[in-house]
Ligand binder design. Structure first.
Ligand SMILES: Cc1cc2nc3c(=O)[nH]c(=O)nc-3n(C[C@H](O)[C@H](O)[C@H](O)COP(=O)(O)OP(=O)(O)OC[C@H]3O[C@@H](n4cnc5c(N)ncnc54)[C@H](O)[C@@H]3O)c2cc1C
Length: 368
């Protein structure tokens, strides 16, 4: 940063903000990320399932479908190149009753439309052979799903960003005004107001993107979508269940269903469920344990309830409320709001981690 002037100011140091910043940095552009917490990625980017999604579920024309399918390949290449801990575990989407089998057909078709390769229809016996604890009627095997250590991934993005940029922690974006096409942003850093001028301003504030957008004085407020919050709770077990694939039930409108996920040490966790909330909080209610147990029993009938322990939670920024259907990512650039070199990202829920590299590159295209 030179005399409080940068080429690109990114609000938010989550996985998406960092991916955007590293992309501009690789072009030799002077970038500053402002992050109001005291470290990077401590909000939604560390409160997720860490899954590299294949892109099977999303509607063909959606931004999620577009960015996930491309993002999947790019994350694997990136992790190989920079030695980021990850596993290409593959996943089973399981139909646990005969009624659910038609839903497998729909997902199979959608995956084909989205260009996801290698998906196989398999029998319940096939699944039981590979994962003896899992019981189902039929399943889809998705070979390109996997897991990544998101902290290592973000640390690597940060390393790349620092080639020609930096991140300022404890730095809260307060407002922005526009003068001669230069964005003049006010940042509150430990009680001090600092003005940063930038040619490009990118709002990657995740759950808070609506709030940040509202404080950009020259943005038409009628374009800002409302954000609804859908918390996803997790329960964990410390016992090694010797399961090595991700196991997903049939998805519902608001989530991919209460799945069995794995961390990089192969520890099993279940979730996320869906809890619509009015205000952001990360409390995991112990009373949800019974509902978790009921769902888990559908695909692991022998599961011992006493193994379940309260885990963590994350909150999805949804652009549609409960019962209103599926949300997509929303990216607003000059074409929509007529302000040059301003981009707002709204509703970046799952698969935002998987899509992060491609989202970063898309921002560069939008301002080029
Ligand atoms: C329960 C759950 C499970 C998920 N599982 C997966 C998965 O398995 N795979 C996948 O691909 N995706 C998954 N996702 C989605 C993924 O986690 C998100 O899409 C991604 O983390 C979003 O990153 P972000 O950078 O946009 O947001 P964030 O990580 O929230 O980062 C935004 C940052 O902006 C900062 N900020 C906010 N306001 C200001 C301000 N005024 N000034 C300065 N800084 C500010 C915040 O402090 C924060 O650090 C999941 C999400 C949830 C909730």
């Amino acid at each position: 940063m030179n005399n409080n002037f940068v080429d690109v100011l990114v609000v938010g140091g989550g996985v998406v903000g960092l991916a955007i910043a590293k992309t501009f940095s690789a072009e030799g552009r002077d970038v500053l990320v402002v992050e109001r917490e005291n470290t990077f990625g401590s909000v939604t980017s560390s409160r997720n399932s860490g899954v590299i999604h294949a892109g099977v579920y999303y509607d063909q024309k959606s931004l999620k479908a577009k960015f996930c399918a491309q993002g999947n390949k790019r994350i694997y290449e990136y992790c190989d190149k920079f030695k980021i801990p990850h596993f290409n575990t593959g996943k089973f989407i399981v139909a646990c009753s005969k009624d659910e089998i038609p839903r497998l057909d729909e997902i199979y078709e959608k995956a084909g439309d989205n260009g996801v390769e290698g998906i196989q229809r398999v029998t319940g016996d096939y699944v039981a052979n590979v994962e003896p604890l899992i019981e189902c009627e039929e399943a889809l095997f998705v070979p390109s799903s996997g897991i990544v250590d998101q902290t290592s991934l973000m640390r690597s993005y940060l390393g790349e960003l620092e080639l020609s940029g930096s991140i300022a922690y404890n730095s809260n974006f307060i407002k922005s005004v526009l003068k001669n096409n230069i964005h003049i942003s006010t940042i509150l850093n430990e009680g001090n107001e600092i003005k940063i001028e930038s040619t490009i301003l990118i709002n990657a504030a995740g759950l808070y993107a609506e709030e940040v957008a509202k404080s950009i004085s020259y943005l038409d407020k009628s374009l800002i979508p409302r954000t609804y919050y859908a918390k996803g709770n997790y329960f964990e077990t410390s016992k090694d269940l010797n399961i090595r694939h991700l196991i997903y039930p049939i998805p519902n409108e608001a989530s991919l269903g209460l799945h069995l996920g794995l961390d990089i040490g192969m520890q099993v966790r279940f979730g996320p469920d869906v809890e619509w909330i009015d205000e952001i909080n990360y409390k995991v209610d112990e009373n949800r344990l019974d509902a978790f147990y009921r769902d888990i029993k559908k695909y692991i009938p022998t599961f011992d309830k006493t193994l379940l322990k309260k885990g963590y939670s994350g909150v999805r920024p949804k652009l549609k409320n409960r019962g209103e259907g599926k949300s997509d990512f929303m990216i607003q650039s000059e074409k929509i709001h007529k302000v040059p070199n301003l981009i707002n990202l709204f509703g970046i829920e799952s698969p935002g981690l998987t899509a992060s590299i491609v989202l970063g590159e898309h921002m560069l295209e939008l301002v080029s």
